[in-house]
Design a protein around this ligand. Structure first.
Ligand code: COI
Length: 356
């Protein structure tokens, strides 16, 4: 473990709100832990890092991010190991990805120490909020917004980096129904599909809402030119198992978020000796495999969603129903393998576990 020299000013909450936290009834994104991290960027430098009680912000109505969406974020999870100590899963990858997002949005880079050591301090102080139950975790949401009071269109000269945390249960408790979207587009080459910009999520709400009204959980987006190649589920990367091959869209075209759960799943499957292909996948290929009885398993991966099975996939008026997800072997193996690593029941041979 590196020794940190980061100076964090800590102001503790007067009275913890932990009694509002019911470990047996955790919903996603409803309750926030006692403390948060805040660090402002002004005059070209990051200022004092502070851990303070969770509180509301006060911004001018002319603040840049409100108008032009210079806003990026990350999603990370902390778990308890088998001795009850908190650990964080692969936060260094989130730090790297956040700086890729910052570059594309013309925002300043966040130094590794502020991100990693600041997060460690925050989780240490709020360690009582990290659930011990198997399927729960503490969801960590780092974000950065442009905070200059200025409505001219140019990059802001002031920013705020913050981290909030929230106990989280499963994002989806059941296998999902997915509608393949062939009208609205999330990303195209040269755009921002490969980063975690707030606008990528804002623009997906209307098409997702429309299919929710039709009984689906989410949309699977396709490419912006032919509406033929599958991209991602908006909050998740997507995987299909056809015959003995695992397929997932490649991230070469800057249209797909390079998910950290996606990468972990690919690594685990390849280590197990399974064939994984990262390439363009057309919806026709999936339909043909379905008709031939070769579409064995399908699932989404993400920090919030972890690994969520897809039980129904609808493209135009063709419905593909995948039978008995509870009997799928690869998904079950992946879920157990990842859970064992995250809860430190298995040796961390990949260097994925960040001790608090
Ligand atoms: C995550 O999986 O962490 C995400 O950011 C997706 C969603 C909750 C916005």
């Amino acid at each position: 473990m590196k020794t940190s020299t980061l100076d964090v000013h800590i102001t503790r909450i007067e009275k913890s709100r932990i009694n509002q936290f019911d470990p047996d009834n955790i919903q996603f994104g409803k309750l926030y832990s006692d403390h948060m991290l805040v660090c402002n960027y002004e005059n070209g430098i990051w200022q004092q890092v502070e851990v303070v009680p969770f509180h509301n912000f006060s911004f001018s109505p002319a603040t840049t991010f409100i108008h032009y969406g210079q806003a990026i974020f990350e999603g990370i999870k902390a778990y308890k190991d088998n001795n009850g100590n908190p650990i964080i899963f692969r936060p260094d990858e989130n730090w790297r990805r956040m700086n890729v997002s910052a570059l594309r949005m013309d925002m300043p880079e966040i130094p590794e120490e502020i991100f990693m050591e600041g997060m460690r301090e925050l989780i240490k102080i709020d360690s009582a909020w990290v659930p011990s139950t198997e399927s729960a975790s503490l969801y960590i949401r780092p974000f950065m917004v442009a905070t200059e009071e200025f409505i001219g269109v140019r990059p802001s000269e002031k920013y705020m980096f913050s981290i909030i945390t929230s106990p989280a249960g499963p994002y989806y408790s059941k296998p999902m129904s997915i509608y393949v979207q062939d009208k609205y587009v999330r990303a195209f080459a040269g755009g921002t599909g490969y980063i975690k910009a707030a606008g990528n999520y804002g623009m997906s709400m209307y098409p997702a809402h429309q299919v929710k009204n039709m009984g689906y959980n989410e949309i699977l987006l396709t490419d912006g030119i032919e509406h033929k190649y599958v991209q991602e589920i908006g909050t998740m990367n997507v995987f299909f198992i056809i015959g003995n091959t695992v397929l997932t869209p490649d991230i070469e075209h800057d249209t797909i978020l390079p998910g950290i759960t996606r990468e972990s799943v690919i690594s685990l499957l390849r280590e197990k000796g399974m064939k994984v292909e990262e390439r363009q996948i057309s919806i026709d290929e999936i339909e043909e495999a379905y008709k031939a009885g070769q579409l064995k398993e399908a699932f989404g991966t993400g920090t919030a969603a972890s690994i969520t099975m897809i039980a129904r996939l609808t493209y135009k008026d063709h419905e593909m129903t995948l039978r008995d997800p509870e009997t799928w072997e690869t998904v079950a193996w992946l879920k157990k393998e990842l859970a064992d690593i995250r809860h430190c029941r298995k040796e961390d041979t990949h260097g994925w576990i960040f001790k608090v």
